[in-house]
Design a binder for this molecule. Structure first.
Ligand SMILES: [Zn+2]
Length: 386
């Protein structure tokens, strides 16, 4: 592909590369930025001066010298602004106020009594207003809001279909943008969770990642070559609806035998089971006491997770699988059966150098990832002067 661009575009690209390098390598010297980006020192100095003027980069204390004068180190100014990251779950709404480095400044959470859109929107707006009021003063203030939702989202931020909420064609982005007058990004929750793990969690520096969000359903964030894979229209990753039992139970999607009917919180309502609780948090308490039926059920979920994960490993050959979402709380009971089934069933070459882990961000991965989308949107729009 042939790329052409005018002077302003080239400068914008270079500035963005420099900012990205300082953000991820901070603290870092100008010489190191020049070496890592391949841009000459004069270009780096000019653009760093602009970034300092825009308060996105700060200079501080001398770093280690390799002989001669000690260089001043460049830092990404995480406190230049803040973002709000929101995770909408079927029974819960959670939000964080983060700085531009993903550091959590404030956190809010509420139980959802219903799913109708006016009610959920009202709850969401109250939560956003409370976090805005709690934000510390900063040069840019609130620069964006990111929301992770359990459903399919198009490129315009319209929630096309969220079966577990009963939503269809909800233009969440426009509504929040006009209410709060900042850019809003809407992502599928598994995609947001994958971004959270990739940038702040268990998957830093990983190129080929499958993030499996297992909670009230199952969805996957697929990272190929360091980039989120969204498919032709943005709907990739609906792995909860891959068939694992050919003649299995009917699913709300219209198919049958879908993975999430056997390996998610949906199983808690199965007739014939007499579980002492209907949430993962509740079941974890019983598992800790050695409650037999609970242990047996979590073992079954772990094995079924392993079957679906095997299909995904054989299809995508990832380096790392991260299990996130509400079920990651039950890692002590899911980890062994999951890994056992994967070891028994995965193709031999696919097993090499493959790691399976549970989310290190706990229940916060999706919120932090949604907030990160808002940060990237903001940094992508940094202006250049000519
Ligand atoms: Zn289905």
């Amino acid at each position: 592909m042939k790329v052409t661009g005018d002077q302003a575009l080239v400068k914008k690209i270079n500035k963005s590369i420099i900012l990205h390098t300082i953000r991820t390598q901070s603290p870092v010297s100008r010489a190191k930025v020049s070496e890592m980006t391949g841009l000459n020192k004069a270009t780096v100095s000019n653009l760093v001066a602009e970034l300092c003027g825009q308060e996105l980069v700060t200079e501080a204390g001398p770093g280690e010298s390799s002989g001669g004068r000690k260089p001043l180190m460049l830092h990404f100014n995480e406190m230049a602004g803040s973002v709000i990251g929101i995770e909408l779950r079927v029974k819960q709404l959670k939000a964080v106020l983060c700085n531009l480095g993903g550091g959590i400044l404030h956190e809010q959470e509420s139980v959802l009594e219903a799913h109708d859109f006016p009610y959920v929107l009202e709850q969401m707006q109250q939560m956003i207003s409370a976090l805005i009021a709690a934000a510390p003063p900063s040069p840019y203030g609130l620069v964006g809001i990111g929301v992770g939702v359990p459903g399919m989202v198009d490129e315009q931020g319209v929630v096309l279909f969220a079966p577990n909420l009963g939503w269809e064609m909800v233009d969440l982005r426009s509504i929040l943008e006009s209410a709060f007058e900042v850019p809003v990004t809407i992502d599928n929750e598994a995609n947001a969770g994958a971004q959270g793990e990739l940038n702040f969690g268990a998957a830093r520096d990983v190129r080929h990642l499958l993030y499996i969000s297992a909670g009230s359903g199952i969805g996957s964030g697929i990272i190929i070559g360091g980039e989120l894979y969204k498919g032709a229209r943005g709907y990739a990753g609906e792995t909860g609806h891959m068939t694992i039992e050919a003649e299995g139970k009917p699913c709300s999607c219209g198919s049958r035998g879908c993975w999430e009917l056997y390996a998610s919180e949906k199983t808690y309502d199965n007739p014939g089971l007499s579980l002492p609780a209907r949430t993962t948090t509740g079941l974890v308490r019983y598992a800790l006491e050695g409650h037999e039926e609970t242990l047996h059920h979590l073992n079954s979920i772990g094995e079924y997770l392993g079957i679906g994960v095997t299909n995904l490993i054989n299809s995508f050959n990832p380096e790392l699988i991260v299990i996130g979402g509400a079920l990651s709380e039950a890692e002590p009971w899911l980890g062994e059966p999951l890994r056992r089934v994967v070891a028994e069933r995965t193709l031999p070459y696919h097993k090499q150098q493959l790691e399976i882990t549970f989310s290190t961000l706990g229940g916060r991965g999706t919120m932090i990832g949604a907030g990160f989308s808002a940060v990237m949107h903001f940094l992508g729009n940094i202006r250049v002067t000519l």
